[in-house]
Ligand binder design. Sequence first.
Ligand code: ZN
Length: 418
Amino acid sequence: MMNDNLTRKGLRRADPSRPRPLSDAVLHLIWSEQRISRAEIARLAGLSRSTVSEIINEILPTGLVREIGEGPSRGGRRPIVLEFQDDACVILGIEMGGAHVAVAATDLRGRVLAWGSREHHVRKDPQGTRAIIGDLCRINLGHPSVAGRPLVGIGVAVPSPVNPSATDQLSTVVMPSWEGRLGLDDLAAELGAPILVDNDANLGALAERWWGAGQEVDHLAYIKVATGIGSGHVINGDIYRGATGVAGEIGHLAIDPQGEPCICGLKGCLVTFVGAHALEQRALELAPDHHDTTLDTGAITIRKIEDAALAGDPLALKVIGEAAEHLGTAIAGLLNVMNPSMVVLGGDLSRLGELILAPLRRTIRNRTLVTSVAAAEILVSELGHKSVAVGAATMVLKAALEDSHLFPVIAASGDAAS
Ligand SMILES: [Zn+2]
């Protein structure tokens, strides 16, 4: 269960041995339906009308739910309709990329109310990164559409595997400068909210499942291509992490065991062919053969390669085409192993849309068992560059809907809803 992966020191949560309180189930139901009458709650939750009334009377003072007037009658008295208040609280979702930090403040329906991002050498500078995260969180919380709302929690997406049983520890292999420590406890104390941590691609997958292309899909793979490459997998509607949280690290699949050295200590990993740095290097290598290019090879970045490809630059298109082929080889393997019904491409390269999807689909078709590719839709993220940060906020929302004590308005009013 995801909830068990989200505990951290000091996080207030219900005793896991205790059955889930009915009030949590009712609150979750109102959230899912958005608007619903007490009679409908009783029917859907299999509870008596009087039990439902008791629970609603406990929930109403929290402000998470309001009575919004009368719904249509089914013969008798017109029922009062209850509405979940998406703007009752705010959630912060942080994306730590390899080379940037982004922070989203969302409401309780995944809508982004405030957004900020900054480029930074995240992998190399933990102190500076923590300072930027703090700045962006404070700026977002001061935004006019956010200010004054209670904060539920802070979700953090990290570009490293996260062990479900030790979520505050970072991989010392992928992020050696961080010495295994996320170190955001001071920020959590300052903002008075718990911090939950997961891998970036897992959270991109979660966001696509909850709000994006994969809302109706129970078997989904999300591939993030940025400085690094990772994949997140939704299986039967939930994130799959593997035994120690390493599931989905496709960036370190071996493409060429004799290839270039990788940050993980191995050689020729996929990320040495398709990661942002690899694409920049490849553009420099190919530049002498492309006098017609508009790319400024003096200060090449992945962003400039994407812009040039979108403008039809032949060098940029060649680099992207090669990347799509390598990526397609890896995704083909993944389709055969996992058999998802949808693959969502996120991260930097998703901006390219059909420019990358067309060669990707071609490679995949050539390398996949007919049955696994026929079942899979391959598309780019609808949530675009915001999916991972929104997914980080969604992780907090999901946890709060499973344990309503995480909602600060409920925690503050004691055991109102339990
Ligand atoms: Zn590697």
